[in-house]
Design a protein around this ligand. Sequence first.
Ligand SMILES: [Zn+2]
Length: 72
Amino acid sequence: MIEQVSGGDRYLLFCDSCGEIEDRGFKTVQEVVIYKKAAGWKSKLRYCSDLVRWEEHCPDCQSRRRRYREEP
Ligand SMILES: [Zn+2]
């Protein structure tokens, strides 16, 4: 998920699978979106009763499911 820090001057990117936090001084949601696309994060739309929200999954959690590149 993407969350606004209280005070509203910064955004954080959380992995909804492992809880990893990316805190890179994002100033806008747009900056977070650009970063996560470039870094290989994936978004999933999740429906919980009448709520709809985006879940974000970090590259580590994806490679755990499907390893296509192993570092030596
Ligand atoms: Zn993760």
